[in-house]
Design a protein around this ligand. Structure first.
Ligand code: HPA
Ligand code: ZN
Length: 319
């Protein structure tokens, strides 16, 4: 659906479509353990977050040069634009690349080749958000922020992703304090598979302005009340929740109840190459399956701009 919208929860590495993965593998002399794109797509049956992450990290082996990251980002931006995305706040996972021997500069410069021209090329404004892998150490996160310092003019904020359970937000208190001192905006995944307490901790300890997913807040009425009162945006990803079995079926998704409760929800695609759809596909799915009214859909689109890190004048233009 082409309603103008901002996408606020999107992992650029999660936009790697099977066709591009094979193209980059051939270009870089990387052998993938799949015969072809059909066989690769067969592997897209996930039990939970970790089973997805295993494939997500495995396929990143094909990303080696600035041009690879540029091509990846341009492919996403073209598809997003075609589905009405006017603004995208894009996560990237530097540690998943530096651990393979790439420099963080290769990643940022490569992505920037696409993002820096995105308004002209795709009609999509962008922001870049550096995510720390929460299943890596706090020291590694601090070293990553340090390595990113030469590129901070291109990085708007920091986030926290990867395996959630057992890696509470408090583990990253120090690096979030350092990021805030550098003037970076703060978000974090919380309450996807982890408990509602992680959402509270992300707000209180990390000082996040938005919660990525935040789905499990519905288990804690007092937390819901707080999120409503403080208008804390939640970046929900309905098709991701189905594929990672966070909800049983899309029909069981709590989005309508969350909107009725007054939560500031947005709808996003997370890792669209893996979860069966881009931002517009997620809007279409919730409209068709959850019966959201046009007014609710417009509310979701409006929330996406209000919750973005666009300046007021940019936001008006994008809408
Ligand atoms: N959750 C946590 N980490 C991730 C995700 C996700 O949905 N996608 C990519 N990294
Ligand atoms: Zn995510």
């Amino acid at each position: 659906m082409s309603l103008p919208k901002a996408e606020l929860h999107l992992h650029i590495e999660g936009t790697l479509e099977p066709e591009l993965a094979f193209e980059l593998a051939a270009r870089n002399g990387v052998t993938l353990p799949y015969a072809d794109t059909d066989e690769l797509r067969e592997a897209y049956r996930f039990e939970d977050l970790q089973s997805f992450l295993n494939l997500y990290y495995e396929l990143m082996a094909v990303l080696r040069t600035e041009r690879d990251f540029e091509d990846l980002a341009n492919a996403y931006l073209a598809r997003a634009a075609a589905q009405g995305v006017r603004h995208a706040e894009i996560f990237f996972d530097p540690q998943a690349h530096t651990s393979r021997g790439l420099g963080i500069g290769t990643v940022v410069e490569g992505l920037w080749r696409a993002l820096g021209n995105s308004e002209a090329d795709h009609g999509v404004s962008t922001r870049l958000i550096l995510c720390f892998l929460r299943d890596e150490s706090a020291e590694s996160a601090l070293a990553t922020l340090d390595a990113a310092k030469p590129y901070l003019d291109r990085i708007t904020g920091v986030g926290l992703d990867s395996a959630e359970v057992g890696h509470p937000p408090v583990k990253f208190r120090e690096v979030y304090e350092a990021a805030a001192a550098l003037g970076l905006r703060r978000v974090a995944h919380a309450g996807e598979e982890g408990p509602p307490e992680y959402i509270t901790e992300a707000l209180d300890v990390l000082g996040v302005e938005r919660v990525d997913h935040g789905l499990r807040c519905v288990e804690d009425p007092a937390l819901v009340e707080r999120l409503v009162r403080d208008r804390v945006p939640l970046t929900l990803c309905p098709l991701s929740n189905v594929r990672l079995r966070t909800v049983d079926t899309l029909a069981d998704h709590p989005l309508p109840a969350m909107l009725d409760a007054g939560l500031m929800c947005t709808v996003n695609s997370d890792d669209p190459a893996y979860f069966g759809g881009y931002a517009g596909d997620n809007f279409d799915a919730v409209r068709a399956t959850l019966g959201l009214t046009e007014e609710r859909l417009r509310e979701l689109a409006r929330n996406s701009f209000l919750a973005s890190f666009l300046e007021d004048d940019e936001e008006r233009r994008a809408r």
